[in-house]
Ligand binder design. Structure first.
Ligand SMILES: *[C@@H]1O[C@H](CO)[C@@H](O)[C@H](O)[C@H]1NC(C)=O
Ligand SMILES: *[C@@H]1O[C@H](CO)[C@@H](O)[C@H](O)[C@H]1NC(C)=O
Ligand SMILES: *[C@@H]1O[C@H](CO)[C@@H](O)[C@H](O)[C@H]1NC(C)=O
Ligand SMILES: *[C@@H]1O[C@H](CO)[C@@H](O)[C@H](O)[C@H]1NC(C)=O
Ligand SMILES: *[C@@H]1O[C@H](CO)[C@@H](O)[C@H](O)[C@H]1NC(C)=O
Ligand SMILES: *[C@@H]1O[C@H](CO)[C@@H](O)[C@H](O)[C@H]1NC(C)=O
Length: 381
């Protein structure tokens, strides 16, 4: 009897704790609401594309079949940011039926910050996608802007721009194509990290990101969130080709140290440039989102997040990482297997995160950026 009471009171405490935690999490799901953002405009690549490129087939979307066109089993980080802000998920800018009341997503899978003029000059092979880059996305936004702001000088337009969040997450493809082709294209002129440094790849990528932000700010953007790059030296795409390299150096999470250090160099360079941009524009609020730190936190405490597989893709085939570089065996191709529970993996395919990973990273990012966005309960900044 006494034991039963003890157990039931424990159950009670545990379930009320559970209730409290779920309540906090639920509450936490709308943390960015205090910022009162009326719209979000997103720029990026497949990590942010909510349906512009639309070439991915099942099992992409397997966890969240209503959300098609995303390079994941479900939602992306930008989706969780939108949800947290109390806004609907972003329509891809190419959606002919959307009204774009609460923003638009200009991200397009496969694209880079830099243009083909740079790629050709530097002898970088950029896959088989057309020359579409960050600058093209900014141009597309400019055209879009005209559809709701005939005259950007009017108070109404100014207000709309000031109450919008501008989200930019890009750069990983610039490095993918230059230094880690994943063995897919077997490119003879793939660069080593040392060669990429000689080409000033990081300063050039960052310079073009800053140029794009300045353009957006010249149109009236004041609330800007720029994400850094996560440690992709932990991805199947980087790990598989290096598994043949006997002198490759791995860190404590079995990720490639050199690649992660190089991406960190990008992040530091980017943060410095964003700092200068902020100083030049005291009326704007330019926030850096540290995806590198968020992913390191999840790697270190992965069990807490329900994650068991750190570098093995859920969807794909071959070797330790479920990725070989054989283009006929990529996720989404016929007969390519996929796991039954993507939430246990960080990577859904060789390059893209699972919905669970995106949700957990977004949660950590939101905690981190909320104070920096300087929002307060009145929804004013
Ligand atoms: C997908 O949409 C249908 C119809 O609106 C809905 O019943 C279902 O719950 C949705 N599924 C998910 C996973 O959101
Ligand atoms: C737009 O709406 C039409 C008519 O309802 C529909 O047939 C079409 O599939 C929609 N297009 C998109 C991109 O949702
Ligand atoms: C880059 O090189 C490719 C292949 O040689 C060529 O088709 C393309 O026009 C070049 N682009 C630029 C911008 O020079
Ligand atoms: C092999 O790994 C070493 C140490 O990280 C690196 O310096 C070298 O460039 C790698 N070789 C190739 C072919 O990638
Ligand atoms: C890729 O896989 C296909 C289908 O199994 C096979 O025919 C082809 O030889 C493979 N290519 C390479 C480069 O291993
Ligand atoms: C909240 O925003 C309002 C309007 O900008 C400002 O007057 C007030 O000082 C802010 N409060 C805090 C605690 O930052």
């Amino acid at each position: 009897m006494a034991t039963t009471t003890l157990i039931s009171s424990h159950v009670l405490i545990i379930s009320s704790l559970f209730f409290l935690i779920s309540f906090l999490q639920l509450n936490g799901a709308h943390e960015l609401k205090v910022c009162g953002f009326q719209a979000i405009y997103a720029f990026g690549d497949s990590l942010t594309d909510t349906g512009n490129a639309m070439f991915l087939t099942y099992p992409y979307g397997m966890t969240n079949p209503n959300q098609t066109g995303r390079a994941s089993d479900g939602l992306l980080i930008v989706d969780y940011i939108a949800q947290s802000a109390g806004l609907p998920l972003l329509n891809p800018s190419g959606d002919k039926n959307a009204t774009f009341q609460s923003g638009a997503d200009f991200a397009y899978s496969g694209i880079t910050v830099l243009n083909d003029k740079f790629h050709n000059k530097s002898n970088i092979f950029r896959g088989y996608v057309p020359d579409f880059n960050l600058q093209s996305e900014i141009k597309a936004f400019k055209t879009h802007l005209k559809s709701f702001c005939k005259n950007p000088k009017t108070l109404e337009c100014k207000k709309k721009m000031e109450s919008s969040l501008f989200f930019l997450w890009m750069g990983i493809n610039d490095y993918n194509y230059a230094i880690a082709d994943g063995g897919i294209e077997a490119i003879p002129y793939l660069k080593t990290i040392e060669q990429a440094k000689k080409l000033k790849l990081v300063p050039t990528v960052v310079k073009h990101i800053i140029r794009a932000l300045k353009k957006l700010m010249s149109y009236g953007a004041t609330q800007v969130l720029v994400l850094g790059l996560p440690p992709y030296g932990c991805s199947p795409y980087f790990l598989t080709p290096q598994s043949k390299n006997s002198s490759a150096v791995y860190d404590e999470h079995q990720c490639l140290k050199d690649y992660n250090d190089y991406l960190m160099y990008h992040n530091i360079y980017l943060q410095e440039a964003l700092g200068s941009l902020q100083n030049e524009n005291p009326n704007a609020n330019i926030v850096y989102g540290d995806t590198y730190k968020a992913m390191r936190t999840i790697l270190a405490e992965h069990t807490k997040y329900g994650i068991e597989m750190l570098s093995q893709a859920c969807c794909g085939v071959g070797g330790k990482y479920h990725f070989t570089g054989n283009i006929t065996k990529l996720c989404g191709r016929p007969d390519v297997p996929f796991c039954s529970d993507p939430s246990k993996h960080i990577f859904f395919d060789h390059l893209h995160f699972t919905q669970n990973m995106n949700e957990k990273m977004a949660g950590l990012l939101i905690q981190d950026i909320l104070p920096k966005l300087k929002c307060n309960a009145t929804g004013k900044r």
